[in-house]
Design a protein around this ligand. Structure first.
Ligand code: FES
Ligand SMILES: [Fe+2]
Length: 353
């Protein structure tokens, strides 16, 4: 059984996937192409929601019939009207019950026979986002998604037994490449983390930028003798709380930029889905190279998930003394800080820091 959100107390010490504070945040729940005129069930923070298209527009409701709590996603839609699978109550796209078959034609419908929607539902950079309650942090933007010089490559949505907080931590983390990613890009990476600066913005986000030398083995200019093998790469990580991440990599000598957007859906206490999209301006419409880049990124993510799925406690520690930190970890310390502040802001009067 899943937890109902009200059973779960927010914690000042660790952030779980079903922390009530996360109800006041945007989360990815689907790709737009998954949402059709028929109901789709998605899980978020331990709670099911039903999504479908009515008049082409995506609508969402708690996946629970007000009559006997049957999942509405078991039902069917006909001309934008959703019919519950159990006793056939019919609901319009605003969530109002328009017919109770057991009462016969023209009967009065009880006012409480209506569906509850989320506070926020939005489509942005190829993902449907939902905020169960009034969001306190904005939906982060990906400027490259609207830039015609960039092409998008969507990874398959991955499911994992994982903590959303720990996955965000892993995406930001700079010291694991030669160890976790030895089978993909990590083999030639230096273990020492270069100096970097963390810049906190006032919209519940922060950015980390640094430049480092790397061997650009994919650059055709190296083989042609135009450029040296050792080149410079500029990395800019941005986290928008709670779990929206963007990494932009600019190749200084060879030119070109790669962007990875990584969006985590905390489904339940022990499961997440990962929505990942690549945006690249260096592939000149070559579908095969994009498919290869997507496959490579899936292989990289599977290396990360092997570690993330092994954790016993699926929570992100928020207390500074719960773990040992070094100066190489300032980026992931900032994650703990921004999430602690978000949790405190989302649960006023809780005494949370
Ligand atoms: S439970 Fe939905 S109509 Fe009865
Ligand atoms: Fe990684």
């Amino acid at each position: 059984m899943g937890h109902s959100p009200s059973d779960v107390e927010p914690s000042t010490r660790a952030l779980s996937n079903i922390d009530p504070a996360l109800r006041r945040c945007w989360h990815p729940v689907a790709r737009p192409s998954e949402v059709t005129a028929q109901p789709l069930r998605v899980m978020l923070l331990g709670q099911p929601w039903v999504l479908y298209r009515a008049g082409g527009r995506i609508v969402a409701f708690e996946d629970r019939c007000p009559h006997r709590r049957t999942p509405l996603s078991l039902g069917r839609c006909h001309e934008d009207v959703l019919q519950c699978a159990y006793h056939g109550w019919r609901f319009d796209a605003a969530g109002t019950c328009i017919e109770i078959p057991a009462l016969g034609p023209g009967a009065t419908v009880p006012p409480a026979a209506r569906l509850s929607g989320p506070a926020g539902l939005a489509e942005a950079h190829g993902i449907v986002f939902l905020s169960p309650e009034e969001p306190i942090s904005p939906l982060g933007s990906i400027v490259e998604a609207d830039d015609p010089s960039f092409e998008a490559g969507e990874l398959p949505t991955l499911s994992a037994r994982a903590s959303a907080g720990l996955l965000a931590d892993n995406f930001l983390e700079l010291a694991h490449f030669p160890f976790v990613h030895a089978g993909t890009f990590g083999a030639g990476e230096a273990a020492e983390v270069p100096p970097y600066t963390v810049t906190r913005d006032d919209d519940w986000s922060f950015t980390v930028s640094y430049t480092h030398p790397f061997a650009n083995r994919e650059d055709p200019g190296v083989a042609a003798g135009i450029r040296p093998l050792m080149q410079t790469r500029r990395l800019a990580y941005r986290l928008s709380a709670p779990f929206h991440l963007r990494l932009r990599i600019d190749f200084v000598e060879a030119g070109g930029s790669n962007v990875i957007g990584f969006f985590i859906q905390p489904e339940s206490a022990d499961s997440c889905r990962l929505f990942t999209t690549l945006w690249r301006d260096d592939l000149s419409g070559d579908a095969q190279r994009m498919a290869d880049a997507v496959d490579f990124e899936v292989a990289v993510l599977r290396e990360d998930l092997r570690v993330q799925e092994a954790f016993d406690a699926l929570v992100l520690p928020l207390a500074p003394t719960a773990e040992v930190h070094t100066r190489a970890d300032r980026i992931t310390l900032e994650l703990r800080r921004v999430l602690s502040e978000l949790v405190a802001a989302a649960t006023p009067g809780s005494g949370r820091p």
